[in-house]
Design a protein around this ligand. Structure first.
Ligand code: AMP
Ligand code: GLY
Length: 427
């Protein structure tokens, strides 16, 4: 079969790498892809937001399955377009992708269906939002309602900070119409975990656990990024906690979406915080996480393609879909450009990838890279995701960092402590 992957990040490289291992797949296209993906797939120069262009391409090439990476395309309705044209596509449609596209929607749904989450209020008026701040405790969390590339959440310590941020979102519109509403919620304390599940709207298949590292510097210091690294599995999530999450979060959200007449097909990503009173949902995403996907797919031994295909056509069967996970742990260390998530320069020559891949079967997933005059150069904030397996998280960590040592580009920044929390909490 022919598969089209939409997107160009490390997540899409990991998906392409995994899908390429399936005996069912003859050819992979990726739009627009990146130089790492180009080694295993044919990259086509169509942006992920160009829904009509992608649809016409998929029709012409008789693509058997399209897998959508980024949220913007999902929220904009790429799946609706493909389904209308009778093409198999993995991902939620526009009505279902709202679970990520509007935090106010997701929070209201969780409240309605008793899914554990931080207490909150939503506002479409800046004055009311600011008034609400005067009644509560600090710190408090203020979130732009819509998509903001992971940058729309602000933890504010003082009333002045909060008022300024509400103005930035709702008046200055720093995130555009994503800031037409804000959600103000209770600040929760705990470790964060990502639990993803595949669902066709009826059957739910949870994946293994992963933990992202959102802050840019070691010790979770500095501003939040798209994700500086991840590991899997997460020892903090005990088997009984995993069952709790399935029963109280994953199953209820999928059923709630069905009852709201927004049947959900694709991968549902629960961003959780493990508080003193148990796991609570920080957010739902309508797609695979990045870099969670890199560590999860390194450990997935089963063929992913039947899983994606049966989800797309609504025939996911729990009895036939037991996912086999590698007992090894995996770690992904993101190498980023100096200055990210703020401004950064691009175009620095990258060396050492082959040497890194030669070590301990590490994989180097490309994110912000491009080719310039035949040379591989940096081209984004997150540049590479160096991913390795190991018997324990500690072993995976040594393997990943040994591979990182082989790679260089000017100003490369990476956290030195990916996985450290798991090692401490395991002792
Ligand atoms: P979100 O995009 O909603 O997952 O938020 C991004 C990040 O902000 C999360 O990964 C947390 O680190 C932090 N965050 C969001 N909501 C809360 C909350 N209610 N309490 C504490 N931290 C939060
Ligand atoms: N790793 C965070 C995300 O994918 O949203």
């Amino acid at each position: 079969m022919k598969v089209l992957i939409v997107g160009s990040g490390g997540r899409e490289h990991a998906l392409a790498w995994k899908i390429a291992q399936s005996p069912l797949v003859k050819k992979i296209f990726c739009a627009p892809g990146n130089p790492g993906i180009a080694e295993i797939a044919e990259c086509v120069d169509i942006e992920a937001e160009n829904i009509e262009g992608l649809y016409i391409f998929a029709q012409k090439q008789k693509i058997d399955l399209t897998v959508v990476g980024p949220e913007d395309a999902l929220v904009a309705g790429i799946v609706d377009r493909f389904r209308d044209g009778h093409l198999n596509v993995f991902g939620p449609d526009k009505r279902a992708a709202i679970i990520e596209g509007s935090k106010a929607f997701a929070k209201a749904l969780m409240r309605k269906h008793g899914i554990p989450t931080a207490d909150f209020k939503a506002f479409d008026d800046a004055k009311q939002a600011k008034k609400h701040l005067t009644t509560g405790k600090f710190p408090v969390v203020i979130k732009a309602d819509g998509l903001a590339k992971g940058k729309g959440v602000f933890i504010c310590q003082t009333l002045e900070d909060g008022e300024r941020y509400i103005d930035d979102i709702m008046k200055e519109k720093i995130f555009g119409y994503a800031g037409n509403k804000v959600v103000i919620e209770e600040f929760l304390v705990g470790e964060e975990v990502s639990i993803l599940a595949i669902t066709d709207g009826n059957t739910i298949v949870p994946l293994s656990t992963a933990q992202d590292h959102k802050a840019v510097f070691d010790g979770d210091k500095g501003p939040n990024t798209g994700g500086m690294g991840a590991y899997s599995p997460v020892p903090l999530v005990t088997p009984s906690m995993q069952i709790f999450v399935e029963e109280n979060i994953l199953v209820p959200i999928v059923h709630a979406m069905k009852r709201e007449n927004r049947p959900y097909k694709g991968v549902i990503y629960a961003g959780l915080i493990i508080t003193g009173t148990g796991p609570k949902v920080l957010e739902f995403n309508a797609r695979f996480g990045d870099p969670e996907t890199q560590v999860l797919l390194m450990r997935m031994k089963s063929d992913i393609v039947p899983l994606l295909l049966s989800t797309a056509n609504g025939s996911l069967d729990l009895e036939k879909t037991v996912i086999d996970w590698d007992d090894n742990a995996s770690i992904c260390v993101v190498m980023a450009s100096k200055g990210y998530p703020g401004g950064y320069e691009k175009g620095f020559s990258i060396t050492g990838i082959e040497a890194a891949k030669g070590l301990n079967k590490a994989q180097v997933f490309h994110a912000g890279t491009t080719k310039k005059h035949g040379r591989l150069v940096s081209n984004g904030g997150r540049v590479l995701g160096v991913t390795a397996l190991g018997k324990t998280i500690q072993d995976a960590q040594s393997n990943a960092y040994a591979a990182v040592q082989k790679i260089s580009f000017e100003g490369a920044h990476y956290r030195r402590d990916i996985g450290a929390k798991a090692i401490v909490s395991n002792k």
